[in-house]
Ligand binder design. Structure first.
Ligand SMILES: Cc1cc2nc3c(=O)[nH]c(=O)nc-3n(C[C@H](O)[C@H](O)[C@H](O)COP(=O)(O)OP(=O)(O)OC[C@H]3O[C@@H](n4cnc5c(N)ncnc54)[C@H](O)[C@@H]3O)c2cc1C
Length: 410
């Protein structure tokens, strides 16, 4: 069985950033990847998707966007090319086509089994993605036969859906972007809106993410927030990667998308929506204004605020058997897939329990999760700081282990 100091599982940007930081500390390691570098950008993104973060935010340890359009937004092919280039330039030891099938504690390290043989490692970094699997709510099983169901991970473009009305469930980044695209394709679209994070693309002539970066909002640490569990479950920002274009609920309503409340259930083929739409919109407006207050306080002057979200009458029921709806897009979030992890670090809900990416099993780390160590942790721009912090922890774990052995030997 080959030996290495650290196995990193996954060669997305998180795994590659960790590899860069470990190499800088001369920690021997290997990156095991079930497919190729940037697999999720190759296989799980729709055709028109562009990053919602501007190009200048595509920063990784020892690397960054160098193109001519720092304020533009990369498409998925460009992200793939950029990550391939990063892997090459940093000499990351990636073993592609290697699926990790289990990680088990063994002695003072781990045995990592793969479909290409096993590795022994003193430490393991789980970088297999926070958005590995699209989440579909239980209610999806009650959708009447004949209606096409898709998730953002499987959807590619409008041509793949049947003609006719679409119900998009979920109004975070994926939901609003797909509602907009499907509406533009000529289909009547109903958007079921639950809790969401409203965001203007620009504020006071700059990208909103420029303000959030400059004012330190994205750097807020996990040990500084009042309710970390909640902070880790905040939906993605309602943004689209298009210069100057705000795609919020007002923009969608003006274009002709019909809003409904959160999808609460489907009974006898009839979708039932919560009546809370005005409240969730008011809450999103309130939270947006709080964010803009923070930015104004940092900038030392007030800016012009977006108009409140306008909520017209929203349907409470939609008969899915009437023929009005031919497809449903479940833009209801994603989750990690760590079903192959065979170490006792999972909580009651099957999530890895961790303190800023450090698990209770010595030498086992987690990277790339929402608000892992900072608000920006799940963004590409968040990997540099998090990987550096976890590398420092991992190196001191190795030092302590080596010191312990020396002490036992003397
Ligand atoms: C639709 C969408 C849009 C996004 N847009 C942005 C954006 O605009 N800006 C931004 O900064 N962030 C964005 N993100 C968030 C984040 O940057 C991406 O989710 C990114 O792909 C996460 O990178 P990662 O390396 O953590 O995980 P991933 O990219 O998912 O990489 C994990 C890797 O692990 C591999 N793997 C998984 N299981 C195994 C196994 N058992 N054995 C071996 N290999 C395995 C996978 O094949 C994959 O290559 C977006 C996310 C989504 C879902």
């Amino acid at each position: 069985m080959p030996d290495t100091t650290t196995v990193i599982v996954g060669a997305g940007h998180s795994g590659l950033a960790m590899s860069y930081c470990l190499a800088a500390q001369s920690v021997d390691h290997v990156v095991l990847e079930r497919a190729d570098v940037a697999n999720s950008w190759r296989t799980q993104r729709w055709d028109s998707l562009r990053l919602l973060t501007p190009n200048w935010m595509t920063r990784l340890p020892g690397y960054g966007y160098q193109g001519a359009d720092p304020d533009g937004y990369l498409d998925a092919k460009q992200v793939t090319a950029l990550l391939e280039d990063y892997a090459r330039a940093s000499g990351a030891p990636v073993l592609g086509g290697t699926t990790v099938t289990s990680v088990r504690a063994a002695g003072d390290g781990y045995v990592v089994r793969t479909d290409q043989g096993s590795w022994h490692a003193l430490t393991v970094v789980l970088a297999s993605g926070a958005a590995a699997v699209p989440v579909m709510p239980a209610v999806a099983s009650a959708v009447p036969a004949g209606i096409t169901s898709v998730t953002p991970a499987g959807y590619r473009n409008p041509d793949e859906l049947p003609q006719g009305g679409v119900l998009v469930v979920g109004a975070s980044a994926s939901g609003i972007q797909l509602a907009d695209e499907l509406h533009r394709s000529g289909r009547p679209v109903t958007l079921a809106v639950g809790e969401h994070v409203r965001m203007p693309r620009t504020y006071r002539d700059r990208d909103i993410l420029w303000w959030m970066d400059a004012a330190g909002v994205l750097d807020q640490r996990y040990d500084e927030v009042d309710d970390l569990v909640r902070a880790r479950h905040v939906p993605s920002m309602q943004l689209v990667g298009s210069p100057g274009r705000t795609l919020d609920l007002n923009a969608l309503t003006s274009a002709g998308v019909r809003l409904a409340g959160r999808l609460a259930g489907i009974q006898d083929g009839v979708a039932q929506f919560s009546g809370s739409l005005p409240n969730v919109c008011a809450l999103a407006d309130l939270k947006l204004n709080r964010l803009l207050d923070t930015i104004d306080a940092w900038a030392g002057m007030p800016g012009e605020r977006p108009a409140p979200t306008i909520v017209r009458t929203a349907p409470l029921r939609l008969d899915l058997r009437s023929g009005e709806i031919s497809s449903i897009v479940w833009a209801t979030g994603f989750r990690p897939d760590l079903s192959w992890l065979d170490v006792p670090v999972l909580d009651r809900k099957g999530r890895v329990a961790h303190d800023g990416g450090v698990t209770a099993c010595p030498g086992l780390y987690l990277l790339g999760m929402p608000f892992l160590r900072r608000r920006k942790s799940s963004l590409i721009d968040g990997a540099a700081n998090d990987a550096a912090d976890l590398t420092a922890h991992l190196v001191s774990h190795l030092d302590a282990r080596a010191g312990g052995r020396e002490r036992r030997a003397s």
